[in-house]
Design a protein around this ligand. Structure first.
Ligand code: NAP
Length: 215
C-alpha cells in the first residue's frame, strides 16, 4: 500500500521506516523537502521511501498518517489540501501538548474535546483513527520488552479503518489492539500520553509502554 505521512519529525521517520520495512511504499510530507536529515533518512531506508511536499504526500497516500506538532497541525492539513484526505483512513498520532518550561507537559484541550476529534472535524470525509500516541517514538515499531509485546489503544468512528490499523499495529509487533470505540475515545488516549511522559520524567527513563492484563 502507498502510505503518506504528514510530518517529517522523529515520529514520521520512525513510522515511515516501519511501513517500508513491512512492505509499503512511503512518502514523508514536509514544508521543506530539501532538509538534509530527510535525505539521510531516505538513504538509510532504500527505494521504498520518498520525501515530498505536504500536498504531494497527501495525494500519494492511499492511507495517511498525521504526525505533526499539534500547534502546526491545522496549517499542515491546509497545506496538504483536505480534499486529498477524502475517503482515506487517517492515522492520528498527534498529542495536543501545551509546552511549559521546566514543567511536565499538559494538554491544550481535553475533557469534552480532543485532537483526534478536531482532526476528524477538519477532515469530515476521511476515517480518522487515533493510534501510536501513547508511546515514545523509539518503541513505535517492533516494541521489544521483557514482559512481551505491549498493547496499543485505538479509537475511531469507522470499523473497517480500525481493522486496517489493527493489522498495521500487529505487523509492527504490537500485542493486543484495544479499541475504545468512536473517535471521542481520543479524549482518553491523549491524557495517556501525559501519564507516559510523567512516569518517564520521574524515572529518568523512557523505556516503558502500556499492557492490559486479564484473568
Ligand atoms: N516524539 C514522540 O515520541 C511522540 C510520541 C507520540 C506522539 N507524538 C506526537 O506526534 C507528533 C509529531 O511528533 P514529533 O516528535 O515527530 O515532532 P514535532 O516536533 O512535534 O513535529 C514535527 C513536525 O511538525 C511539523 N510542523 C510544526 N509546525 C508546523 C506548522 N506551523 N505548519 C506545518 N507543519 C508544522 C513539522 O513540519 P516541517 O517538516 O515542515 O518542519 C514537522 O514535520 C506530535 O503531535 C507529538 O505530540 C510524539
Amino acid at each position: 500500500m502507498k502510505v503518506g505521512i504528514i510530518g517529517s519529525g522523529k515520529v514520521a521517520q520512525t513510522l515511515g521506516t516501519g511501513f517500508a520495512a513491512t512492505g509499503h511504499q512511503v512518502m514523508l510530507g514536509t514544508r521543506d523537502p530539501d532538509k538534509r536529515e530527510l535525505k539521510e533518512w531516505m538513504a538509510k531506508n532504500g527505494p521504498r521511501v520518498a520525501v515530498g511536499t505536504l500536498a504531494q504526500t497527501a495525494a500519494f497516500g492511499e492511507m495517511l498518517v498525521v504526525a505533526t506538532r499539534w500547534s502546526g497541525t491545522e496549517n499542515a492539513i491546509k497545506l496538504a489540501d483536505p480534499r486529498n484526505f477524502d475517503g482515506k483512513t487517517v492515522i492520528d498520532v498527534t498529542n495536543p501538548l501545551a509546552f511549559q518550561e521546566n514543567a511536565p507537559a499538559t494538554l491544550a484541550l481535553g475533557f469534552n474535546d480532543s485532537a483526534g476529534e478536531q482532526i476528524q472535524r477538519w477532515l469530515p470525509r476521511s476515517k480518522v483513527v487515533k493510534a501510536f500516541n501513547s508511546v515514545g517514538n523509539a518503541h513505535m515499531f517492533k516494541p521489544a520488552f521483557p514482559g512481551g509485546p505491549p498493547d496499543m489503544f485505538i479509537a475511531g468512528n469507522d470499523t473497517k479503518a480500525k481493522k486496517d490499523v489493527t493489522k498495521i499495529l500487529t505487523d509492527f509487533g504490537w500485542g493486543q489492539v484495544i479499541d475504545l470505540g468512536g473517535i471521542e475515545g481520543a479524549r482518553l488516549l491523549e491524557p495517556l500520553c501525559i501519564i507516559w511522559v510523567a512516569y518517564g520524567s520521574q524515572m529518568g527513563s523512557w523505556n516503558h509502554a502500556f499492557k492490559m492484563l486479564h484473568k
